[in-house]
Design a protein around this ligand. Structure first.
Ligand SMILES: [Zn+2]
Length: 1014
C-alpha cells in the first residue's frame, strides 16, 4: 500500500540547514506573501442569499415551484402521495429514511455479461490504485539547481550565504522500482531572500503574522514586486526545470492518453486532462466534456472531508460541444406520462437504477426506493439481471441523453414557443461616431441567416426584433407585409411598455426585405445625433416585456457605449475610487448597485430572457452593475474599450457571430440529485437561485458551466460509491421542451490517499477561482487570498501527514495529481480581480471577475496558465502546433518569436534580435524596426504567400476557432512599452502588479504546510 502511495507523489525536498533560519529576528512582513497561519479553518463567508434573495417572483416563476413541477424534489410530490418518508423540505436532502435491505443502487452485472466488448460491465469496486500506478510516468528530471539569494538576508552571515549557495544543488533520485521522485534542494537562504527576509523558522506562526500581509501597504504601488527585486544584489537565476511544470504535465498526459478513446464505463475513473486530445465513448457515465470533478474518489465521511479540505465539486457544462465522431445526444420519449422517475427522489431513469423481481421493479440508485416498473416499460431481465433491451435504451446504457418533456414540464402547461433574439442598439453620439452602429447593422444583414437551428432543420425558428435607443427607445415594426419599417417611440422610460405586439418579433426569412431596409436606414437616421446620454435598465425591461407579450423566451443582444446617466430607472453614477484599493471597502467596487438591477434579473430569469452585453466604453461604466443582469441570466459581457472600427471591428464581429450562432437552451432549470450521504450545497455560474436546490438559467449555451459543491450528510459507502444526476429542463432552439440528463458515478474511500490520487488540478482551480471571486464581494481581498493559501496548505499538509511516507519536515511533498496546483493557485492570486493594484482599471477587474463565473474547466485552465508557443523554430511542413513552453521570461529568447494566448488575449511577441528573414516572411518588411506601427494597431498579419506566414496564420486561426470568444492579436516588440501587457501573463514570474514568482510561492506554501503540521 505504501509503495503505491509513493507512486503517486512528487517530493520536492527543501532541506533547510538549521543555521539558515535563525529563529531570532522577528518575522518581517513580506510584501508578497499573505500570512495565513492564524486563519486556520477560516472559510469564505457565504454571500447572504445574494443578489437574488427571496422576493416574490413573477407569475411565471411561481410555476417553477408548483407542486406539478417535474423538477421539484420530493417536497413537490406532496406528502400524501408518498406514504412513509418525510417530505424533503426543499433542501434537496436525500431521504434519511432507512435504506431498504440489499445492496445499494449501483450494481451492474459482473464481467462476462452479454453485450458488446467494452460495455459497462463492472462499475463497482474498481481498484483505482491499479489504474493509478500506471499513470505515474514522471519524466526524469535531472537538473542542477543554481539558486540564489535575492535580498542578501541581512541577518545571515555572508560566508554562510556563499557556503549555502555552493550547495544549491537539486538532486533527482528515482528509487528503483517505485517511480518515487525525490527532489532535494539544499538551500534556504535563497528562499529566505526571495521572500524579502520573511522566511523565518517554524516558530513564526502566530498573532505576529496578522499584520498587513499580502494586501498591505507594500502592495499598493505599481510594480512594487519588480522594484523590490531590483533592489537586491545581483542574483543568479533558479533553473525552473527543477519545479513541477504545467507544460510537462500537459505533454505527458497528451503522450499517454492523447488520440485514445476514453470509455466511461468505470466508476471513479479520472479522465484525460482538458488539454489532451481524446475521444469519448459514453458507456454509462457522462463524458468529461459535460462533467468534471475536483476528485473522482470522495472521502467516506464528513470528518475525512474536513480533514483534507479538498473541495468536493463538479463542474457541469450541460451543453458542451461534442465532436462529430462522438455519440450524439439521443432523445428518449416515454410517451404521455413523461419520463420515468423514482417516486421518492424524482431521479430520472438512468443506468444507476437496479431492476429486480424479474423486471417488475427497480431500485433507485439515489434514494434506494423500490419502484414499480410501469407496464409499458416492462422488460425481461437476462441471466445477469440486466434488461434485455439494455443496449437499445440510452437511458439505461448511457451517461448522457435527453427526454422529450410533456406539458407538465411547460410553463402554465402550455407548449413552449421558439425563442426570440432582440437586437438593441445604443444610437447615442459615441456609437454613431465610432462607426459601430453602421458596423452592427451591416453585419446583421448576413448574420441573421445563421441563427441557430435544430439539426437537419431547413431554417431557424428563432424570431428577431429590433430596438434602438439613447435616452428614449425606438421599436420597429418589421412585419413582412410592410413596404417600409415603422418606428414607434417610447419616451417615458420610467414605466416601460412595448408599443407594438404584432410585427415586432418576426421570422427573418419572411421579413428579410423590411429588415434589410431598416438596417440600411438606422445608421443614417441617427447620423446627426448629438445625444450622448443613455438609459440602460429600461432597455432590458423593454426586452423582457416584449418576450412576455410574445410568451416566449429569448436573448437580448445589447450594444451599449456609456454609463447610463439619463434620468431613468437604473441610472448610474461614477463610483470608481482607486483610494478604496487595498482597504476594507475595496469589495464595494465589485458589488453591483442593487435595487433596479436585482429586480430586472429576476424578471429576466422568470421569463427565460438572457442578456448579452456588448460594451464599447471610453471610460468607466460600472461593469460590476451593468454586467450584473447578464451574469445572472446565462449571458456574457463583452468589452471593447475605446472601440475603433478599423482596429477592433473584426474582433467584435467574430465575437458577435459566435454568440449569435452558438448552441443554446432557454428557460432552463437545473437540479443536481445525489445518492444518499451527500448533497449539492453551493452553485457558481451565470445563474439565479431562488431556493437552495433549483438552479435557474434564463439560458445556457455551449460555453457556460456551473460549478457545484457537495457536502456530506452522512457516511458514504465504498461499495455503492457516490452517484450524481444533473437534470436540466429547457426549451430548445425550436421551442421544444426537453430534459437533458447527465449521470456520473464516483468512488468513495475511507483512504485519503485514494482521494488525492483521483484529484484533478484543473477542476480544483476552477472551483477555487469561482469561490474566491464570489468571496471578494463580501470579504477584503487580503482575507480572500489568505483563505486560498491556507486551504491549499491544509490540503497539502493533510496529504503529507496521511498519505506520504515519513520524511524530513524540510521536504515539500506534493501529490502527483496536484503537483502543479501551486502554480495555478499563485496565478489566480495574481489575477486582476484579486491583485489589488491601482494600475488596473476597476472595470477590467470587474469584467474578469464576472467572465470567470461561468467558465468551464478548459477556460480557467487556459486563463490561469496561458499557452506560450515558440514560433522561431517551428516545422512549417507539419500541421502540429509547436509545443508550448513554460510561462516565464526565462523561456523567451532575444532571437525568438512567441505566441501567447489565454483565451482572452493573444500576443505575438518579437524578440529584439529576431532574424530579419523571419520578420520578412511574416511581415514583409526588412527588419524588426520596420514592423509598422499601423500593423500593431490593426492587429492583423499580412497574408503572405510563404510557408512561415501561412503556418503562423493557420495556428492563430485554429486557436481562435477553439476558444469561446474571439481574441484580438496584439503585436509586441521586446522592450517596447506595450510589452508590459504581455509580461503580466508570464505567470511563473513575479507579478507586475504584485504577487510572488512560482518558486517563491512554492517555498511560501511549503512554509505554510510546515506550520500546519506543527
Ligand atoms: Zn430515488
Amino acid at each position: 500500500m505504501l509503495l503505491l502511495r509513493l507512486h503517486s507523489c512528487s517530493v520536492l525536498k527543501v532541506d533547510h540547514p538549521p543555521l539558515a533560519f535563525p529563529a531570532g529576528p522577528g518575522p518581517v512582513q513580506s510584501p508578497q506573501a499573505p500570512p495565513t497561519s492564524h486563519l486556520t479553518q477560516q472559510q469564505f463567508q457565504t454571500a447572504p442569499p445574494t443578489a437574488m434573495g427571496h422576493p416574490p417572483m413573477g407569475p411565471h416563476s411561481s410555476q417553477m415551484a408548483h407542486p406539478q413541477s417535474p423538477l421539484a424534489g420530493p417536497t413537490m410530490a406532496g406528502p400524501q402521495s408518498m406514504g412513509g418518508p418525510p417530505p424533503m423540505g426543499g433542501m434537496g436532502r436525500p431521504f434519511p429514511g432507512p435504506p431498504p435491505p440489499g445492496a445499494g443502487g449501483f450494481q451492474q452485472p459482473g464481467p462476462g455479461a452479454a453485450g458488446p466488448p467494452g460495455h459497462p460491465q463492472q462499475l463497482q469496486g474498481t481498484d483505482s490504485t491499479v489504474t493509478w500506478s500506471s499513470t505515474v510516468a514522471i519524466s526524469k528530471l535531472t537538473v542542477e539547481l543554481k539558486l540564489i539569494v535575492l535580498n542578501a538576508a541581512r541577518s545571515v552571515h555572508k560566508s554562510l550565504l556563499e557556503d549555502c549557495t555552493a550547495k544549491c544543488v537539486l538532486a533527482n533520485r528515482i528509487a528503483p522500482g517505485t517511480g518515487h521522485q525525490s527532489l532535494t534542494l539544499w538551500n534556504c537562504l535563497c528562499v529566505k531572500g526571495q521572500f524579502g527576509g520573511q522566511m523565518a523558522g517554524p516558530g513564526m506562526a502566530g498573532p505576529g503574522m496578522a499584520g498587513p500581509g499580502m494586501a498591505g501597504p507594500g502592495m499598493a504601488g505599481p510594480f512594487q514586486g519588480g522594484a523590490a527585486q531590483m533592489a537586491g544584489p545581483p542574483q543568479k537565476k533558479l533553473d525552473p526545470d527543477s519545479i513541477p511544470s504545467t507544460t510537462q504535465v500537459i505533454e505527458d498526459d497528451q503522450a499517454k492518453r492523447g488520440g485514445q478513446v476514453y470509455t466511461t464505463n468505470l466508476r471513479g475513473q479520472v479522465p484525460p486532462l482538458v488539454t489532451t486530445d481524446y475521444t469519448v465513448q459514453d458507456q454509462g457515465n457522462a463524458s468529461p466534456r459535460f462533467m468534471r470533478c475536483t476528485t473522482y474518489s470522495f472521502p467516506c465521511t464528513a470528518d475525512l472531508a474536513k480533514q483534507c479540505q479538498v473541495p468536493l465539486a463538479t463542474i457541469i457544462k450541460p451543453f458542451a460541444t461534442v465532436p462529430k465522431n462522438e455519440t450524439p445526444m439521443y432523445v428518449v420519449n416515454h410517451g404521455e406520462t413523461g419520463p420515468i422517475r423514482c417516486n421518492r427522489c424524482k431521479a430520472y431513469m438512468c443506468p444507476y437504477m437496479q431492476f429486480t423481481d424479474g423486471g417488475r421493479r427497480y431500485q433507485c440508485g439515489f434514494c434506494n426506493c423500490v419502484n414499480e416498473v410501469p407496464a409499458f416499460y416492462f422488460q425481461h431481465l437476462d441471466h445477469m439481471g440486466k434488461r434485455v433491451d439494455f443496449y437499445e435504451r440510452p437511458e439505461l446504457s448511457l451517461g448522457s441523453y435527453e427526454f422529450a418533456a410533456t406539458l407538465d414540464y411547460c410553463k402554465n402547461n402550455k407548449p413552449a414557443s421558439p425563442p426570440a433574439y432582440i437586437f438593441m442598439i445604443d444610437v447615442s453620439y459615441a456609437n454613431i461616431k465610432s462607426g459601430l452602429v453602421r458596423l452592427v447593422c451591416d453585419e446583421l444583414k448576413t448574420l441573421l441567416d445563421n441563427l441557430p437551428r435544430e439539426d437537419g432543420a431547413e431554417s431557424s425558428m428563432v424570431k428577431v426584433g429590433f430596438v434602438t435607443y439613447n435616452k428614449i427607445l425606438h421599436f420597429y415594426n418589421v412585419k413582412s407585409a410592410l413596404a417600409q419599417p415603422q418606428m414607434m417611440v417610447v419616451s417615458d422610460t420610467a414605466e416601460m411598455f412595448v408599443p407594438l405586439l404584432d410585427g415586432f418579433l418576426v421570422n427573418f426569412q419572411e421579413s428579410r426585405a423590411v429588415i434589410n431596409n431598416l438596417l440600411d436606414q438606422i445608421p443614417d437616421m441617427f447620423a446627426d445625433t448629438n445625444e450622448s446620454e443613455t438609459v440602460f435598465a429600461p432597455v432590458i425591461q423593454a426586452g423582457v416585456e416584449a418576450l412576455k407579450a410574445a410568451e416566449c423566451s429569448g436573448k437580448l443582444f445589447i450594444f451599449h457605449s456609456s454609463i447610463p446617466t439619463a434620468e431613468a430607472p437604473g441610472k448610474l453614477k461614477n463610483r470608481d475610487d482607486k483610494k478604496l484599493i487595498n482597504t476594507e471597502k475595496e469589495k464595494t467596487l465589485f458589488q453591483p448597485q442593487k435595487a433596479v438591477y436585482e429586480q430586472l434579473s429576476k424578471d429576466c430569469v422568470s421569463q427565460g430572457c438572457s442578456v448579452d452585453l456588448f460594451l464599447f466604453p471610453s471610460q468607466y461604466v460600472d461593469i460590476a452593475t451593468m454586467g450584473d443582469v447578464a451574469t445572472h441570466t446565462g449571458g456574457s459581457v463583452f468589452k471593447y474599450s475605446n472601440f475603433q472600427v478599423e482596429r477592433d471591428g473584426q474582433h467584435f464581429l467574430s465575437d458577435l457571430r459566435k454568440d449569435v450562432e452558438k448552441a443554446i437552451g432557454f428557460d432552463a432549470i437545473m437540479r443536481v440529485r445525489t445518492s444518499t450521504g451527500f448533497r449539492a450545497t453551493d452553485f457558481f455560474g451565470a445563474i439565479h437561485m431562488n431556493n437552495t436546490t433549483d438552479v435557474e438559467m434564463a439560458a445556457v449555451d455551449c460555453d457556460k458551466a456551473v460549478t457545484v459543491e457537495f457536502k456530506h450528510d452522512d457516511t458514504l459507502s465504498e461499495e455503492t460509491g457516490a452517484l450524481m444526476q444533473c437534470a436540466l429542463l429547457y426549451t430548445t432552439i425550436s421551442g421544444q421542451r426537453r430534459l437533458r440528463i447527465h449521470n456520473l458515478s464516483l468512488n468513495c474511500s475511507a483512504q485519503l490517499s485514494e482521494l488525492y490520487k483521483s484529484c484533478e488540478t484543473d477542476a480544483l482551480v476552477n472551483f477555487f477561482a469561482k469561490s474566491a471571486y464570489r468571496a471578494m464581494l463580501n470579504q477584503p481581498l487580503k482575507t480572500v487570498k489568505e483563505i486560498l493559501v491556507n486551504q491549499a496548505a491544509h490540503m497539502l499538509a493533510c496529504y503529507r501527514k496521511n498519505c506520504a511516507s515519513p520524511s524530513a519536515a524540510s521536504q515539500l511533498i506534493l501529490p502527483d495529481a496536484m503537483k502543479v496546483f501551486p502554480v495555478y493557485l499563485n496565478s489566480l492570486l495574481k489575477t486582476g480581480p484579486l491583485v489589488g493594484s491601482a494600475e488596473l482599471s476597476t472595470d477590467d477587474r470587474a469584467h474578469q471577475r464576472l467572465s470567470t463565473t461561468a467558465m468551464g474547466v478548459e477556460d480557467t485552465q487556459l486563463l490561469l496558465y496561458p499557452r506560450l508557443i515558440p514560433l522561431h523554430n517551428m516545422d512549417v511542413a507539419s500541421d502540429v502546433v509547436p509545443t508550448p513552453v513554460r510561462c516565464s521570461e526565462e523561456r523567451l529568447t532575444d532571437a525568438g518569436m512567441f505566441l501567447l494566448e489565454n483565451g482572452c488575449s493573444l500576443f505575438l511577441w518579437l524578440g529584439q534580435a529576431c532574424p530579419p528573414e523571419m520578420i520578412q516572411s511574416i511581415f514583409n518588411v526588412p527588419s524588426l524596426a520596420h514592423v509598422p506601427v499601423d500593423l500593431v494597431r490593426t492587429r492583423s498579419l499580412p497574408e503572405l504567400d510563404n510557408p512561415q506566414s501561412q503556418k503562423l496564420r493557420s495556428i492563430i486561426d485554429s486557436l481562435l476557432d477553439q476558444r469561446p470568444s474571439s481574441m484580438k492579436l496584439m503585436i509586441v516588440k521586446q522592450k517596447d512599452r506595450s510589452e508590459i501587457m504581455f509580461r503580466q501573463h508570464l505567470v511563473e514570474d513575479k507579478g507586475l502588479h504584485g504577487g510572488a514568482s512560482y518558486m517563491d510561492f512554492l517555498c511560501y506554501v511549503h512554509r505554510e504546510i510546515r506550520q500546519v503540521l506543527t
